[in-house]
Design a protein around this ligand. Structure first.
Ligand code: SF4
Length: 462
């Protein structure tokens, strides 16, 4: 089907997977020639659809394929004219996708995004295109424009690319390359620009944010970066994602504790706690160091909200290993926790390990871990009733003008809970405003609270 070139061609983007991919998607939209292309509101209503895929584990791959097939249906129905698939799934399964999906007009790997205009022009000329650079080396800079896919007040900032760790279950370094840190000055320049456009919360991301600086300066520089960002006026919150436990230094803990804009929040995937599992996972940590790290974090920053993830059913995981994990959860009482069933990824070192765990056992352990965390979460949340929290308002309810949804320092967008804020004040908060909220109750994993006139933070409320 022909694309009408007499008008601006609309390009829709759907970004799957993690915030790192989301930043890539924003960059890709920023690369578009504005005189020729415009960004469509929705991927189902555009001339050319771009799907940025995820290939982390089996579920993510299936979700990516489902979305590709839905787009193919839309193309066959004439609703969209062309499809470009890019990102991690393409980087990992390029030739398989090319062989199986002839309906796709172009494929692009994770290092090839800067070519998007050329790719679009080829697609418009009805030529197919496919490119995947084997060794991804792309690293963005503040000079590159990003079209936001998140609300203006909360933006991700990718501080590095790739990963130097060798976790045996993970294939990310194979298709994202070695760790590459951006320059501190460049990140600060970008942060300044974001703040000037209204950003109140900066969320630092990267495959491993704690490794920042090791490749460029042979030392950990995340605490220094946080210090620089903390000095920027106009910013309220700096939030840290993807910390690697063995790289959480004393300086970093002190930076989180002492810097006024850095949220007392740490996303730090621990994956397991039993020594045999940590060793088989090649995590570079032990049971002793894991307990010690949690003890130190709790002691130094008593109100720290820790988010972590665990893998259950890793090859060789015994009932005793799993019991150690449950005991650790009881000890650490994580504020936020995600549990994943081990996914046997071909090309990963652990896929060849003996004693793969049956799916039914993985499911049982998953349910048990989730039940354990549910009780801990309810207890943690109930302890907050009566306390006051600073809340970033994200949206107003469609059905109730006095009801708003927001997040406290304890919640990252998408993955954590929310706080439902009731307010009967005359002036209503707007998305992006900070208000002080008294917690009055809980709702599953979320909180409920009240904001009165005297608790509005006036400088942010019109
Ligand atoms: S830290 Fe481990 S799990 Fe995370 S991206 Fe690197 S290798 Fe993968």
């Amino acid at each position: 089907m022909e694309i009408n070139q007499s008008k601006q061609i609309s390009v829709g983007m759907l970004s799957l997977g993690c915030p790192k991919t989301l930043v890539d998607s924003e960059l890709i939209l920023g690369f578009l020639e504005p005189s020729r292309f415009r960004v469509a509101k929705h991927i189902t209503d555009c001339d050319i659809a771009i799907l940025n895929t995820c290939a982390f584990i089996q579920d993510a791959k299936e979700e990516s394929i489902d979305h590709i097939l839905k787009l193919v249906e839309l193309k066959e129905a004439g609703q969209i004219k062309a499809i470009i698939v890019l990102g991690c799934l393409v980087q990992r399964y390029h030739s398989e996708l090319q062989d199986e999906l002839s309906e796709i007009d172009a494929f692009l790997g994770t290092a090839d995004y800067e070519q998007i205009n050329e790719v679009l022009n080829r697609v418009i000329a009805k030529k197919t295109f496919s490119q995947v650079t084997a060794k991804p080396g792309f690293l963005y800079t503040s000079k590159m424009n990003r079209i936001p896919l998140t609300p203006f007040f909360s933006r991700y900032l990718k501080i590095s690319e790739g990963c130097d760790h060798v976790c045996s279950f993970c294939t990310i370094p194979k298709f994202r390359g070695k760790h590459r840190s951006r320059l501190i000055e460049d990140i600060v320049t970008e942060a300044r620009g974001l703040i000037a456009s209204g950003t109140k919360e900066l969320i630092l991301t990267g495959q491993d944010t704690t490794f920042f600086g090791r490749d460029t300066h042979h030392t950990y520089l995340l605490a220094k970066l946080l210090g620089e960002l903390d000095s920027l006026n106009g910013l309220e919150w700096i939030r840290l994602l993807y910390a690697y436990p063995s790289c959480v230094t004393r300086e970093l803990i002190h930076a989180i504790r002492d810097l006024k804009r850095v949220c007392h929040y740490l996303d730090m995937p621990l994956q397991h706690v039993s020594d045999s599992m940590l060793q088989a996972m090649k995590r570079g940590t032990t049971k002793k160091t894991s307990y010690e790290l949690i003890r130190r974090l709790r002691q130094e920053i008593p109100d720290l909200a820790i988010r972590t993830t665990f893998i259950v059913g890793f090859p060789g995981e015994t009932d005793d290993d799993f019991k150690e994990l449950l005991d650790f959860m009881e000890y650490a009482r994580f504020e936020r926790l995600g549990v994943f069933m081990y996914s046997q990824e071909e090309e990963s070192a652990s896929s060849a390990l003996p004693n793969q765990v049956k799916h039914s056992i993985k499911e049982k352990r998953f349910d048990k871990a989730m039940m354990c965390q549910q009780a801990i979460s309810f207890e943690n949340n109930n302890r907050l009733i009566g306390k006051k929290l600073q809340v970033l308002i994200e949206r107003q309810s469609d059905s109730d003008p006095n009801l708003f949804e927001g997040r406290s320092y304890m919640d990252a967008p998408e993955v954590d809970g929310v706080i439902y804020v009731q307010t009967f004040t005359q002036k209503k908060p707007r998305p992006g405003d900070f208000v002080s909220v008294q917690v009055t109750g809980t709702r599953d994993y979320d909180l409920v609270g009240l904001c009165t006139e005297s608790e509005m933070i006036s400088s942010h409320v019109s």
